[in-house]
Each structure stands twice: as C-alpha cells, then as structure tokens.
Design a protein around this ligand. Structure first.
Ligand code: ADP
Ligand code: MG
Length: 320
C-alpha cells in the first residue's frame, strides 16, 4: 500500500471511531488469526448489578450489606462498584427503617458517613479484597474478606457444602458469586450479573465467517466463564487467569507464528494488550489499557473489531 492509502485508511478508521496508532498496526491486522477477548467490560457491558443477596447467619440484611459495602468502598473493581451501589440503594430507598431520617440529596457523600471505618485495606488482584472493620472499642478490629473461592482458601476459611451448592447455582446462570467472610466465617454470598453487549454474539459469528478464531480470557471462575462463553458463541475459554497470566495466554497463541489480537478494557488487560500483535482497547476502558493498545475503539462497539480487520485487509490485500 502507498503511504497515501495508509493515510486514507487511518482517516476512514478515525471517522468510524477506530483510532489506529500507526501504519504498522494497520498492516498487521489483516493477518490476524486469533482474537482474544477479555470478558468483563469487553464482551459484557461492564455494568454489573447485584441480583442476589444471601445471608447465612442471623445477621440483618441491611447490616450485612453495610459490612460488605464498607469493605468494597475502597475498591476500584466493577464488582465493588456494583455492590456499593446496591447497598446504597438498599439503605436509602428500600429499607423503611432507615429511609425516614436519611437525607434525600447528596447521597454520594452520605454513603461514606453511613459505612463502617476500615483499616489495612488491600486489593488482591484476581481474588478480591481484604480489610479490617473498626470496632467501637479501641484496638478491636474485625477481619473481613470479600472475593472468590481462591481468596477464602488462602485465608483459611472453610466453604460449607450448602454455600458451594449455592455458588454453583449462581455460576451456572452466568452470574459471578462473591463470598463474604467476617471474623473468619462465611456469612453470605452475593450474586452479580453483567449482561453481554448487544452486538457481542453477532460479532463473534462475523469473525468466524472471516476465518478468524475467537477466544475468551477472564479472571472469573470457570463455570461463569463457560456460561457466558456459551451465550456469546465462543468454544475456547481460558478462565481463572490471574492478571499477569493474560499476557502468557497471548504468547501461547503466538508460539506457532500466528498473528494474535487482544481486545480488552482493564488495567489487568494492559500486559496482554502490549504482548499481542494487535492490541485493541475499548474506548471506555482505563487509560492504561488505552496506552498499551495499537487500536482504540472509541464507540465501545465490538463491531469495530471487524471494521478494523476489514480496513486492513482492504488496504493491503490488493497490492501483494
Ligand atoms: P476479569 O478478568 O473479569 O477482569 P479480575 O482479575 O479483575 O477479572 O477478577 C477476577 C475475580 O476476582 C472476580 O471474578 C472476583 O471473583 C474476584 N474479585 C476481584 N476483585 C474483587 C473485589 N473487589 N470484590 C470481590 N471480588 C473480587
Ligand atoms: Mg475487563
């Protein structure tokens, strides 16, 4: 292709909200064999909502939500945001015993007044979070963990059979189950749903027709991952991948010399976006992902993965 053709193609891309960082990236996309999709926020809308709250102890529902939201308030994770949002709603609107004296405005600030103080918060990537809830007496700190099975196992917290069964039920319906432990005991589970983007299945089908193989990679558990993958039509799934492992997945597909594209939105996708031959970041994603990528899909529409490959094929195929 002539420099002019590349310039024209880059312009066509930009007009469609596909930002291409350079002619090399534009050229590589024509050869793509695998497109590896992150699940959360890429194939799914990234708008998680709490669908299930199950408390296993005698604890009051509102109190349970207050505990979990206090811990998650310091987390940037989409799951955390969904939980805090739900707890806020429950506290300010749904529970008659507390709505009466709650102010009607400025809920963003009043939520932090309502929550417990936490100390020693730590985010454990791919697993969840851990912190201490401050007791009213000085020096009394109650440990709390919120996350997946791996986190509970690492923290020495037992998952009883009835809890495991409940988790399996959630996961088989494509929901993510979040375990909550307080003072060393499992006290409840939250179910969170994140619907697929509307165009996701059509795009997967379209890629396959173009001879491109779609793959899904996620930090989420196997059962939820497989349920989502089945819904969208991707047979090849890699689940329970720790953030650092996503780049290894890319490299494993590159081993035989195949050209690999990665589509992602999160901080934990950026090593994989950089490792891929073509990194494509969702425009609504984090800045770090956008920086690591060769393409930015500004419209947040997965159809633009196809647009990008098409554009490259049309620009370069005729010349050879
Ligand atoms: P993804 O690949 O879907 O972006 P992550 O690596 O961010 O996944 O997270 C993997 C899993 O770790 C989540 O599905 C969840 O079970 C758990 N997890 C991570 N952060 C949190 C959190 N703040 N609260 C609860 N669970 C979390
Ligand atoms: Mg993501």
């Amino acid at each position: 292709a002539t420099p002019t053709a590349v310039m024209v193609a880059t312009g066509v891309g930009a007009n469609n909200g596909v930002l291409i960082k350079g002619g090399d990236a534009l050229e590589r996309a024509q050869k793509v064999k695998y497109v590896i999709f992150d699940k959360t926020g890429t194939l799914t809308q990234g708008k998680a909502t709490v669908t299930t709250v199950k408390v296993f102890t005698g604890m009051d529902r509102g109190e349970f939500l207050k505990l979990v939201a206090s811990a998650e308030a310091s987390s940037e994770h989409p799951l955390a945001k969904a939980i805090v949002q739900y707890a806020r709603h429950f506290h300010f609107f749904d529970d008659p015993s507390v709505t009466n004296d709650a102010p009607n405005n400025n809920k963003e600030t009043t939520i932090s007044e309502w929550l417990f103080d936490v100390s020693e918060f730590s985010a454990l990537p791919g697993r969840g979070i851990q912190c201490f809830i401050d007791g009213k007496l000085i020096l009394v700190l109650y440990p709390q963990q919120v996350g997946n099975r791996k986190l509970m196992t690492e923290s020495g917290i037992d998952i009883p059979t009835h809890v495991e069964n409940f988790l399996v039920e959630l996961e088989e319906s494509a929901k993510t189950g979040i375990l909550v432990a307080y003072e060393g005991n499992l006290i409840g589970v939250l179910g969170v749903a994140d619907p697929l983007k509307r165009e996701a299945a059509i795009v997967i089908e379209g890629l396959r027709k173009m001879g491109v193989i779609p793959v899904m990679v996620t930090g989420d558990n196997w059962r939820t991952a497989q349920a989502v993958a089945k819904e969208v039509g991707i047979p090849d799934v890699r689940a329970e991948v720790m953030p650092a492992g996503k780049a290894d997945v890319i490299r494993s597909f590159q081993k035989d010399g195949s050209t690999v594209a990665m589509v992602g939105d999160g901080i934990n996708d950026s090593p994989a976006l950089a490792a891929a031959d073509i990194g494509m970041a969702i425009g609504a994603g984090t800045d770090i992902a956008i920086e690591a990528a060769d393409y930015v899909l500004m419209r947040n529409n997965l159809e633009d993965v196809i647009t990008a490959i098409d554009l490259s094929r049309k620009t370069f195929s005729r010349i050879r």
